[in-house]
Design a binder for this molecule. Structure first.
Ligand code: NAG
Length: 226
């Protein structure tokens, strides 16, 4: 009894030192009878999905500089689903990631690469802060695509650096802008994300980079205006 308690305490201490409580991943293909669900099973599969979920999580913790459990959301399980849904490639909510079987079924190009890129984006939503829902939606999507960009899974149809109309347009446009900001200050996106734990203000850009986000956006546009 006593010895078990000691061993258990040691394991708990060890887990805390590593700051790395294990995350459990499940993958459920609810669309197995559709063409896209069958293509998922044949060309991607559950094992690959679990491996890449774990790899994406490690990568995101590194890019967002969240080495310790107390820096992160308290998530111990992420559930992936392949569902018969339309309209989006995938979405994340409540520690679940839902992929569209139709998107997988209809994708032409390197399916595994695309799937993995979307997975990095959605997994970023699991771990990033959104300023208690006060952050602009475009910024939240931009941080998720910044993660995808840094993981080298940006697809070829993305805008090029300098393109887009607004800093908070979202997705690739905002990801490219955040990459520019991150070049001005290494770790900028991680620090911005940390500030977004409890709330959001455009002032965070001034705090970190000494310029308003509007000034940064016009500097960014000017840099690529040739
Ligand atoms: C392609 O998408 C359509 C509409 O969402 C769907 O009905 C069809 O089954 C998909 N094709 C494949 C091969 O998944």
């Amino acid at each position: 009894m006593f010895r078990q308690a000691v061993i258990l305490s040691l394991l708990v201490i060890l887990a805390n030192i590593q700051g790395n409580q294990a995350v459990d991943y499940t993958v459920t293909n609810t669309a197995g009878s559709t063409a896209g669900g069958a293509r998922f099973a044949a060309e991607i599969g559950e094992d690959y999905s679990k491996q890449m979920s774990s790899a994406a999580t490690d990568f995101i913790w590194r890019v967002l500089q969240q080495p310790n459990a107390e820096d992160r959301k308290a998530v111990d399980k992420v559930s992936l689903f392949i569902d018969d849904i339309d309209g989006v490639a995938a979405y994340a909510s409540n520690n679940e990631i839902h992929f569209s079987a139709n998107y997988i079924g209809n994708y032409s190009g390197d399916l595994k690469r695309e799937y993995t890129g979307v997975l990095y984006h959605e997994m970023a939503h699991i771990w990033q802060w959104n300023g208690n829902r006060q952050a602009p939606g475009g910024l939240t999507e931009g941080v998720a695509d910044f993660v995808r960009l840094k993981a080298n899974y940006a697809p070829s149809h993305w805008v090029q650096p300098g393109q887009g109309d607004r800093w908070d347009q979202g997705y690739d446009v905002t990801a490219r802008f955040l990459d520019y900001c991150n070049d001005l200050r290494n770790g900028f996106v991680a620090e911005l994300n940390k500030k977004m734990r409890d709330g959001y203000s455009d002032q965070y850009f001034v705090d970190l980079l000494g310029k308003t986000v509007d000034q940064l956006w016009s500097d960014y546009k000017a840099k690529y205006a040739q």
